[in-house]
Design a binder for this molecule. Structure first.
Ligand code: PGA
Length: 256
């Protein structure tokens, strides 16, 4: 199975900076047959970067999408408008859920809208610190995975990528808040189990499940060798070319 290294740039870089950075990245990586490298720049940079990007090396993702195709939704951008510009779209990132109140209903519809518009959704799921403390991790994962996928047919499921991102482990430098490989292995196994129950064993083995949360060049190798993990969703470290390239090279080593 392919591995995915996805860089979530969040609200960083101007359009000009994004273009320069993409150029720099592109010059430093190769076209890998078994690793898909994806970057998610800010919305304004997507269209110009789509004209610049070398698709053999890199693919573009949006960071969210509105599920409705067109209409009176001031400030929003739909999956229908992103069609042809991006290959992937992050859906349900914890920052979108928490800061911008994207509901389960919105996320479910957004997953369906991306698929309808030939865009592969990267559905983010993960428990908060409080939910973890109260022992609710598995309930949260079940709700978010089954909720997010509830409009997805078995045939469409192979185009979906799931990213397990424990909210307490995002953007931290403190070792104590880093997710351990055991934590991640257990969560990823559970995610595959609920997919197996809902859609069958076969697809639960072939669906890509990524890990995200404070990934850096030092821990990427350990995370990529966790059974059942097919790649990484990288935030902060994806903004520094040396670090992102290092993570891609680690993925290549793990593959070979
Ligand atoms: P981080 O972000 O790598 O900076 O923790 C990951 C994410 O939010 O997707």
């Amino acid at each position: 199975m392919k591995s995915y290294i996805v860089g979530n740039w969040k609200m960083n870089f101007t359009v000009g900076e994004s273009s320069v950075y993409l150029h720099k990245l592109s010059a430093r990586i190769h076209a890998y047959r078994d690793i898909e490298v994806v970057v998610a720049p800010s919305l304004v940079a997507l269209q110009p970067l789509s004209l610049q990007i070398d698709r053999k090396k890199l693919r573009l993702a949006a960071q969210t999408a509105n599920p409705r195709d067109f209409g009176a939704y001031t400030g929003e951008v739909s999956a229908a408008q992103l069609r042809g510009i991006v290959d992937y779209c992050i859906i349900g990132h914890s920052e979108r859920r928490q800061l911008f109140h994207e509901s389960d209903k919105f996320i479910r519809a957004a997953v369906a809208a991306t698929l309808r518009n030939q865009i592969k959704p990267i559905l983010c799921v993960g428990e908060t610190e409080t939910e973890r403390t109260f022992g609710e991790t598995f309930d949260v994962l079940r709700d978010q995975v089954l909720g997010g996928l509830s409009e997805v047919s078995a045939e469409e499921l192979e185009k979906v990528i799931i990213a397990y991102e424990p909210v307490w482990a995002i953007s931290t430098t403190s070792g104590a808040s880093m997710a351990s490989p055991d934590d991640i292995a257990e969560a990823v196994k559970f995610i595959r189990r609920i997919i197996a129950d809902a859609y069958g064993k076969e697809i639960s083995k072939s669906i890509a499940v990524l890990y995200g949360g404070s990934v850096n060049p030092d821990n990427a190798g350990a995370y990529l060798t966790i059974p059942g993990v097919n790649g990484l969703l990288v935030g902060g470290a994806s903004l520094i070319a040396d670090q992102f390239v290092d993570i891609i090279e680690t993925a290549k080593k793990v593959k070979s």
